[in-house]
Every structure is written in structure tokens, then in C-alpha cells.
Design a protein around this ligand. Structure first.
Ligand SMILES: C[S@@+](CC[C@H](N)C(=O)[O-])C[C@H]1O[C@@H](n2cnc3c(N)ncnc32)[C@H](O)[C@@H]1O
Length: 213
């Protein structure tokens, strides 16, 4: 069997994707400098392609951080499309607000401030697309809420299911053991959902993709 996923191939593919957008480059640099975890570039591109293809009217994002992915999603939406995004960290909320304003997307991105556990039960309208990207220890509960809020034929997109490679590795550093165990358990639950058609793709840090049946 040919092995195509060597680091050199991944580097080659990355080098082909120069980012022409100034705000996006600025946010990537800010995130790298300040250790803010954001979607990898290849996952972000994949997310943009899905959003462009599907043209969801209502997107829910769990975990805004500095609004990097919110901005990338919002720019691919049609006229009537909107992103609702939830963030609990005050520092990130401040940065996200500034970045949303800088990108002139205040009319496309609605930022809910607080813990998704408190906010999600208050959301009454369903969503066409849900992006789960919060604390890994919160994934299972946020996923359960997401299933209630996702429309039939809607898509759920979950980041970090390969967790830097540790979910598929027998050698896990001690500081990642608990989070790896949590994601491994989540992956089993995700992949065996009866009401979702799912897959986990080796894109970026591992993307879980599911369509609600
Ligand atoms: C990985 S970052 C999100 C990155 C962002 N989606 C992007 O790609 O640009 C995760 C964010 O989720 C927030 N978060 C984690 N758990 C949360 C929860 N239960 N409710 C609200 N925000 C949460 C964290 O504060 C952090 O800013």
C-alpha cells in the first residue's frame, strides 16, 4: 500500500494554500503568539468548503475563541445565513468582539457570552450546522445538547478527534492521558450514533463529521 500521509506531503499541501486574507493571517499570527487554540488551516479550509456547498441558514459554534473560525464561516454564508457562537472566556470574548467588528461581520455573527451549558438550553430554534470546538471534557454533554438543536439533515462538525495523534497512539504523555481517554470515549459514542451518519476524517487534528438522519 502506498503511504501518502508523511509529514512532507502534509507540508507540501499546506505550502500550496497561501492565505490571501489579511485579517485571517493576522488572527493566525495572534493565536500562535498567544497560544490560543484555533482550527488548523486545512480544517478551516475544509469547513469553508462545506459551508459554501451547504449554504446553511443557521450555524451554531460552540467555542468562539478569538472568532477566527466564526469569521471564516460567516464569510461563506449566503445573504440570509447567520452564525451564533458561544464563548465563556472573558479575554476571548473581548478579542472576538474586536475581530468581528474589524471584519465588519456584526450582522452575521451573534456572540453569546457565557457557558454553553447555560446558553444552549435557552436556544429554541434549531440549526442546520453545528461546530463543536469547546473544552474536550465538555464534549459529551455539549454533543447531547447539539443533537437536540440540530435539524434533520443538519451537519455536526467536531474538531480534535485525533487529539494530536494521541487517540490512536499507545504512547500518551501523562499530561494528555485524561483528555485522550475522554476523546477516545467520545469517539466511540460519536461513531455509534443511530441517528447520525458519521465519519472521522484525518484532516487537521481529526474532524468528526455527522449528518442527522
Ligand atoms: C479551541 S477554542 C475555539 C477555537 C475556534 N472555534 C476557532 O477555531 O477559531 C475553544 C474555545 O471554547 C471555549 N469554551 C470551552 N468550553 C466552553 C463552554 N462550555 N462554553 C463556552 N465556551 C467554551 C474556550 O474558552 C475557548 O475559547
Amino acid at each position: 500500500m502506498n503511504k501518502i500521509l508523511y509529514p512532507s506531503q502534509l507540508e507540501y499541501l499546506k505550502s500550496m494554500q497561501a492565505e490571501p486574507d489579511e485579517i485571517i493571517v493576522e488572527l493566525e499570527e495572534f493565536a500562535a503568539k498567544n497560544n490560543v487554540p484555533i482550527l488548523s488551516k486545512d480544517s478551516a479550509k475544509f469547513l469553508e468548503i462545506l459551508i459554501t456547498l451547504m449554504q446553511p441558514k443557521r450555524v451554531l459554534e460552540l467555542g468562539t475563541a478569538i472568532a477566527y473560525s466564526s469569521i471564516r464561516i460567516a464569510r461563506c454564508l449566503g445573504k440570509k445565513g447567520i452564525v451564533h457562537t458561544i464563548e465563556k472566556s472573558e479575554d476571548n470574548i473581548r478579542a472576538a468582539k474586536e475581530n468581528i467588528a474589524k471584519a465588519s461581520l456584526q450582522n452575521k455573527i451573534i456572540l453569546f457570552e457565557g457557558n454553553a451549558f447555560d446558553i444552549m438550553p435557552k436556544l429554541d430554534k434549531k440549526y442546520d450546522f453545528i461546530f463543536l470546538d469547546a473544552d474536550k471534557s465538555d464534549y459529551k454533554r455539549l454533543f447531547d445538547y447539539s443533537m437536540i438543536l440540530l435539524k434533520k439533515d443538519g451537519i455536526i462538525f467536531v474538531d480534535n478527534l485525533l487529539w494530536k495523534g494521541y487517540t490512536a497512539s499507545s504512547k500518551v504523555p501523562s499530561e494528555y492521558r485524561l483528555s485522550t481517554k475522554i476523546i477516545r470515549e467520545f469517539n466511540k459514542i460519536f461513531i455509534s450514533q443511530k441517528n447520525l451518519k458519521t465519519t472521522i476524517l484525518p484532516v487537521g487534528d481529526g474532524i468528526g463529521l455527522g449528518i442527522k438522519l
